[in-house]
Design a binder for this molecule. Structure first.
Ligand code: FES
Length: 120
């Protein structure tokens, strides 16, 4: 997998909901996903589904990416909360760290991410 990956129609994204997309495997052969969601301003954002505290998925496989208020991405393991607009951890053990961003393109109301897997 490389280059531009289709995610969904722009109208499929709703505030407080996320779409998880497989990006294949990481350099260690483990499944890798990104999380695609609208930010506070309605812009589409995408981040790797990997917490910055420990290298595990934010949702722990549950498919739930938001906090109770549905305003921040949330790590279910130790409760880190991440701002949607820039992926910054605003609360939790990795406060101040940023989720790894994935480049987003919206073309003709269709959402894509740009992803080039590691070669090694
Ligand atoms: S693993 Fe995410 S907050 Fe600890």
């Amino acid at each position: 997998m490389n280059g531009r990956v289709h995610v969904c129609a722009l109208t499929d994204l709703e505030p407080g909901q996320a779409i998880a997309l497989s990006l294949g495997k990481d350099r260690y052969g483990l499944p890798l996903q990104c999380v695609v969601a609208l930010d506070e301003s309605g812009h589409v954002r995408a981040y790797l589904n990997v917490c910055k505290h420990l290298p595990i998925p934010l949702d722990g496989g549950t498919g739930e990416f938001f906090d109770d208020e549905r305003t921040h991405l949330f790590c279910g393991t130790h409760g880190a909360r991440y701002r949607l607009s820039d992926g910054r951890c605003v609360e939790g053990p990795c406060q101040g760290a940023h989720l790894d961003p994935v480049s987003v393109e919206v073309i003709a109301d269709e959402v894509f991410v740009r992803w080039l897997p590691d070669d090694d």
